[in-house]
Ligand binder design. Structure first.
Ligand SMILES: NC(=O)c1ccc[n+]([C@@H]2O[C@H](COP(=O)([O-])OP(=O)(O)OC[C@H]3O[C@@H](n4cnc5c(N)ncnc54)[C@H](O)[C@@H]3O)[C@@H](O)[C@H]2O)c1
Ligand SMILES: [Fe+2]
Length: 399
């Protein structure tokens, strides 16, 4: 049985390599800087858009961020309707409500304004609008037959990179699982990285989302399917995050640090959407499904443990990352250790705990099974993990 699982995992790696060749080189048209929201809205006005559905969450409306975007759309002469029903880790019911509003309001384009939750919900709403409206039928790999309505994304967190990925995640509240939608057609056409919209992001969310971006970059870099181009994107992201995440955490209004983090998240997204992620994400998704742990926080807590587990197989890559951020050692083994220590140091600077309070000992076997099922079907990781090894890691994460 164990040998069979390993063979299956070998096939996943081979399949991932083949799939990577079919990913489009396309990236969204990207506007960067404090004028980028207005520039993106001006671009929407050039297209023959009748009315755009803004997909967002109520907190961003209250914070005045959505108002900044609607002002820019008004300035560009574009009609809009706001759907603000998205919550962290969006559900199918939230997606369905967005599709209904799109129909009711006669919208023919979608603009996501928010973090990964709003961007992912927007992707699925835009795809469901042209594919029979039942979002559950689009779940999985390459299920989006008809191109979605035109889709643009303005991220307000610097973490998920969803503005440049071919993926969306929706939570299934009945089965406590996250459902994945992976299709190049889900890639937005336009994006704006506007640091001024991120200035009010509270420090704990800045920290968690920044660690999500770091996890994307590191898991991409050590993936069996990384290539010179994804390595460049991933290393750029790692360098920017170590230099800027503590600054953005300490002073949210530091727009240079915010811009650097927005770029880091974007580069990490470019990298991981072509190489996939790994065990850190598999564990984090399960924490999210069980305990609603914020995605970035869940990744951050799992990251050093999974790197410890993989450090021999990923030694040279981790050593390169250590060199990149200037933490030392004279051998690759020492450098790999130094990089993992630097991740822990970064976590303590931005006040992320090393353990997960919500985790219950009795849930560990089921969480390990679920995480490994996700990883072994999808992720080209450098070292295979079995059930007892995963349970041991989860035991170390117990508070
Ligand atoms: N599609 C992908 O490629 C991908 C990758 C990683 C994660 N995800 C998914 O993304 C989701 C997580 O997204 P997230 O981490 O960006 O968080 P989020 O979108 O859930 O937002 C978290 C909270 O931050 C608030 N917020 C966002 N921007 C703000 C701002 N500028 N100022 C003040 N408050 C702000 C939101 O209102 C919300 O309450 C998860 O569902 C995860 O599974 C998707
Ligand atoms: Fe992530």
């Amino acid at each position: 049985m164990f040998a069979l699982k390993r063979i299956l995992h070998g096939l996943v790696i081979a399949f991932s390599r083949v799939m990577a060749r079919f990913l489009p080189d396309r990236v969204p048209m990207t506007f960067v800087g404090t004028d980028s929201t207005a520039e993106l809205c001006g671009f929407i006005a050039q297209a023959a858009t009748k009315k755009v559905l803004i997909v967002t969450d109520a907190g961003l409306v209250r914070a005045g961020i959505v108002g900044r975007v609607t002002d820019a759309l008004d300035g560009a002469g574009v009609a809009w309707s706001v759907y603000d029903g998205v919550e962290p880790d969006p559900t199918f019911a939230q997606v369905d409500a967005g599709v209904s509003q799109l129909d009711r309001e006669g919208c023919d384009a979608v603009l996501a304004v928010g973090g990964g939750s709003s961007m992912d919900a927007a992707k699925v709403i835009a795809a469901a609008a042209t594919n029979g409206r039942d979002a559950t039928r689009l779940e999985g790999l390459m299920k989006v037959r008809t191109p979605p309505v035109p889709l643009a994304a303005i991220p307000t967190t610097a973490g998920t990179g969803s503005e440049v990925t071919v993926a969306a995640v929706v939570s299934d509240t009945e089965t406590h699982t996250k459902k994945f939608f992976i299709d190049p057609k889900l890639l937005p056409e336009l994006t704006a990285l506007d640091p001024s919209l991120m200035a009010g992001l509270p420090p704990p969310i800045t920290a968690a989302t920044g660690m999500d971006a770091l996890t994307h970059a590191v898991e991409s870099f050590i993936s069996k399917t990384s290539n010179p181009q994804t390595e460049r994107w991933a290393t750029t992201a790692v360098r920017l995050i170590f230099a800027n995440l503590p600054k953005a955490f300490a002073d949210g209004a530091d727009l240079d640090a915010r811009k650097a983090m927005a770029l880091a998240s974007y580069y990490a997204g470019l990298a991981f959407t072509r190489t996939s992620v790994g065990y850190v994400h598999a564990i984090a998704h399960t924490f999210g499904a069980y305990y609603r742990t914020p995605h970035g926080m869940a990744n951050a807590i799992a990251l050093p443990h999974v790197l410890e587990f993989s450090k021999d197989e990923a030694r040279s890559q981790l050593a390169r990352l250590a060199d990149l951020i200037g933490v030392g050692g004279s051998t690759d083994r020492e450098k790999a250790e130094a990089f993992i220590a630097a991740v822990r140091d970064l976590m303590s600077k931005i006040e992320i705990p090393y353990t997960l309070d919500a985790l219950k000992r009795e849930d560990i076997p089921a969480i390990a099974t679920q995480a490994l099922a996700e990883a072994h079907m999808n992720y080209p990781v450098p070292r295979y993990m079995d059930q007892p090894e995963c349970e041991r890691i989860l035991g170390a994460i117990l508070a």
